[in-house]
Design a protein around this ligand. Structure first.
Ligand code: NAD
Length: 259
């Protein structure tokens, strides 16, 4: 297919997706690392992903952390370098919430960028970096207190311990029960479920689109690359979230004004 034809096809799908969203009474957006790529935070998989550089078992598992907290914090430094800010994709989702279309964002990300963009209903399936707890003395810190300490990696607790663990879900740890229960409830009661920037390979989070489909929701996926699950989706968009989501939000707003 020619570039012109591909561009036209993308415009058509954007309009169709916007039409579906504008009629939706309960839309859910499910995000992964890809939505924050344009904020300068590397993804795990996909081109330029962090797994090419780090070993998940070493840096983000409970065993790995207990053996070497420094390796984990070096990895976090890379994840949050550039003091990342929300990008146009995060803002577009917050806008869709303000328009009354998106009822909740379910995110696998730990970077808190949805909240910083103005989304109010955010379910953090893998926790977040907002609080950090010392596993030895129990003292808890806010991210803002720890971030400046990252120059001396790993950060050290007042009690001298280097076992400062953020409230994120490590490999091998269960997901927070309450967050997963709320996510399943939304997935099984929404009418539209849109995935943005996820390779859909991290379970159990990646089951959620299938829960939504089983309950009759329309499925949309927007990802930079094809995923193994594209065939199950009603609408598939390949491209950058920061480019495409604002166009979808603009079209939704246009349809709502006309209605
Ligand atoms: P993933 O790394 O497995 O997949 C990311 C997907 O995003 C890839 O398929 C890639 O093609 C796509 N992508 C890259 N740039 C994009 C863009 N600009 N627009 C749209 N798509 C883009 O991510 P995942 O599915 O979220 O699973 C990995 C796990 O890693 C999650 O559990 C998450 O907690 C964690 N993680 C979080 C962050 C973060 O908080 N920002 C960053 C890295 C990893």
């Amino acid at each position: 297919m020619t570039v012109d034809k591909l561009k036209k096809q993308l415009i058509t799908v954007i309009e169709e997706v916007a039409r579906v969203l504008s009629r939706s009474k309960h839309a859910v957006v499910f995000t992964g690392a890809g939505i924050s790529a344009e904020s300068g935070i590397p993804t795990f998989r996909g081109s330029g992903g962090l797994w090419a550089k780090y070993n998940a078992e070493e840096v983000a598992s409970v065993d790995g952390f207990m053996k070497n907290p420094k390796a984990f914090w070096e990895f976090i430094k890379e994840l949050v370098k550039n003091k990342s800010k929300p990008n146009s994709a995060h803002y577009a989702i917050a806008e869709l919430e303000k328009l009354g279309i998106v009822r909740t964002v379910i995110t696998q990300n730990i970077d808190m960028l949805h909240q910083r963009a103005g989304s109010e209903e955010v379910i953090e399936l893998h926790g977040s970096m907002s609080t950090i707890k010392c596993l030895e003395c129990g003292k808890t810190y806010d991210w803002k207190e720890i971030e400046p300490k990252l120059t001396d990696c790993p950060p050290v607790c007042e009690c001298g311990s280097t076992y400062l663990k953020p409230a994120v879900v490590f490999f091998g740890e269960p997901l927070p029960e309450d967050a997963m229960a709320r996510a399943v409830k939304h997935a099984s009661s929404c009418d539209t479920f849109m995935v943005v920037g996820s390779s859909l390979v991290v379970y159990p989070a990646a089951y959620l689109p299938f829960v939504a489909k089983k309950s009759g929701a329309t499925l949309i996926i927007l990802n930079a690359e094809p995923t193994h699950a594209d065939e199950y989706f009603d609408y598939v968009l390949h491209g950058k979230a920061g480019d495409i989501l604002p166009r979808i939000a603009e079209a939704v707003s246009r349809f709502l004004t006309r209605a």
